[in-house]
Design a protein around this ligand. Structure first.
Ligand SMILES: Cc1cc2nc3c(=O)[nH]c(=O)nc-3n(C[C@H](O)[C@H](O)[C@H](O)COP(=O)(O)OP(=O)(O)OC[C@H]3O[C@@H](n4cnc5c(N)ncnc54)[C@H](O)[C@@H]3O)c2cc1C
Length: 478
């Protein structure tokens, strides 16, 4: 059998591909920057062109043509991925296949508690569409104004409400996807139960565009909470934060978010936005943002106040504020959600999206601090994240007044030190952002060998030419 090798597309290939979507050819000004950069400005990609199909048939025709010609395809939805899966700098030039024109909500069925959306629907638009029929689509994250449902599923995104509703995988009933030969998997079923063999949906979710291009999905909807209580609380330690979560769960069953922030987060925020109104007095070492939702008549406010009083009595919280208005709630969330932006302005030497078992969080945080100090005691750590899911963003910064560029020489050692601590505690080196191109080596280093061999076998079976997002997830050299 003659194996096709990937190659850069020729001018006639590009004219043909653009012709499939009724365009004369590539943009004469070249590929716009937004398809070649990623939010942290770490990777700068190259691409032969950008194709923006309008429907699944066009996606299928493009992929079939790329498979015949051995042209690599990078699926792109919102470009907010944090591990470089949507930008490629290595190997032959590829095409960027953007789903941004596929923005139709195909149907909403309140009776099924389900919505069918195309891959290019922006997450916040999907939330709004659900709200328009009195339902909640609970996937939520700071990038929700830009990221799209195709990218959310491709990365199995998490966010701030996983504690109650699960991650993107848990919210999806079915997908429509174009496979590597251009065939279409028609999996848009409204079924809650369907045990008919291998589940392609779960194979495609989290595969970061390496096994198929998700073109549409059926997503679960939920009742909108009629009452919401939000609080920011100072806690003595991360361990106390976890005990606080358990204590609150014993009294309140609808905790949707439980976010940890080290003092470094508000400190960085104040550096960027000196006028921020911090709801808490002083500068507590650790704080949590808690949100609880409940149905009409659940008297959440009263029950939440009682739960917090008990927490103060037990020493699990030392200070706290319950949001008394929507504006105050928004301010609390703004603090949490703006930390990534402040981090970017300060400039991290190395950023880590990790998870460990809940019981090992405190041990991991201490071990991480020791490991970083052993490399350089002046480095600063900003640790924050979805502590209720065991998911921390553990980012390391240069000392004040220094630049991350001064520390490039030790960036790899910082990352290895943190990831070794994660492995020691039985954790994962990618909790919610995925592998992309930034973490392929980490996957090889920490991944289970049998799992890696099975992943390679699946990739070869489903994409024998290797056109789908070459070099992402499994480092195939593309
Ligand atoms: C400020 C900020 C906050 C964030 N917070 C969170 C958070 O709380 N939780 C979290 O999980 N992530 C978070 N992220 C990361 C990011 O927003 C998510 O990973 C998001 O799901 C990516 O969606 P996207 O549409 O931007 O995908 P893209 O960046 O376009 O693509 C991401 C990956 O998916 C592939 N892909 C894209 N579309 C498709 C498709 N239709 N079919 C197949 N493959 C595809 C791409 O090739 C790439 O590998 C955050 C990012 C930023 C900038």
């Amino acid at each position: 059998m003659l194996l096709l090798m990937l190659d850069s597309p020729s001018q006639s290939d590009l004219a043909f591909l653009h012709g499939l979507i009724g365009e004369p050819g590539p943009d004469p000004d070249g590929v716009p920057e937004r398809y070649l950069t990623e939010p942290r400005d770490r990777d700068h990609g190259r691409a032969a062109t950008v194709l923006r199909p309008r429907n699944t048939g066009e996606v299928a025709r493009i992929v079939a043509a790329c498979a015949e010609r051995g042209i690599g395809v990078i699926p792109w939805s919102g470009g907010t991925g944090l591990v470089g899966g949507q930008v490629s700098a290595e190997g032959p030039l590829k095409i960027v296949l953007s789903l941004e024109r596929m923005t139709r909500i195909r149907s909403i069925s309140p009776d099924d508690d389900a919505i069918v959306a195309e891959a290019g629907v922006v997450l916040s638009d999907l939330q709004a569409a659900a709200a328009s029929v009195g339902r909640l689509f609970p996937l939520a994250m700071a990038s929700q104004g830009s990221c799209c449902i195709g990218g959310n599923l491709a990365t199995n995104a998490g966010g701030v409400q996983v504690l109650r509703y699960g991650n993107a995988r848990d919210l999806c009933l079915g997908v429509e996807a174009v496979l590597a030969d251009g065939s279409i998997h028609h999996g848009l079923r409204l079924l809650r139960k369907d045990n008919t063999g291998y589940d392609l949906r779960h194979l495609l979710i989290g595969s970061e565009g390496t096994l198929g291009i998700i073109t549409a999905a059926v997503l679960k909807l939920f009742p909108c909470p009629a009452e919401v209580v939000t609080a920011m609380l100072a806690v003595p330690s991360p361990q106390a934060a976890l005990h606080l979560l358990q204590a609150m769960r014993a009294r309140l069953d609808g905790i949707t978010a439980f976010e940890l922030m080290a003092a470094r987060g508000p400190e960085f925020l104040r550096g960027v936005y000196p006028d921020i109104a911090d709801p808490l007095e002083g500068t507590p070492d650790w704080r949590v943002l808690v949100e609880v939702g409940g149905p009409l008549g659940s008297e959440l406010q009263v029950r939440a106040e009682a739960a917090l009083e008990a927490a103060f009595d037990a020493g699990l919280a030392t200070d706290g504020v319950l949001a008394s208005s929507e504006a105050q709630r928004a301010r609390m969330w703004w603090m949490r959600e703006t930390i990534p932006e402040a981090n970017r302005k300060v400039g991290a030497i190395s950023s880590h999206d990790v998870s460990v078992p809940l019981s090992r969080i405190a041990a991991f945080i201490e071990a991480g601090a020791r490991a970083v100090a052993a490399l350089d005691p002046h480095l600063r750590i900003n640790c924050f994240g979805h502590i209720g899911d065991g998911n921390l963003h553990y980012n390391v910064f240069p000392p004040e007044g220094r630049s991350k560029h001064d520390y490039e020489a030790i960036a790899a050692a910082v990352k290895a030190a943190i990831h070794d601590c994660v492995a020691e505690e039985g954790g994962s080196v990618s909790a919610e952002h995925g592998i992309g191109r930034a973490k392929t080596a980490d996957l090889m280093r920490y991944g289970d060998p049998a799992k890696l061999a099975t992943m390679r076998a699946i990739k070869t079976a489903l994409d024998p030419v290797g056109i789908l997002n070459p070099g992402a997830v499994l480092d195939t050299g593309g």
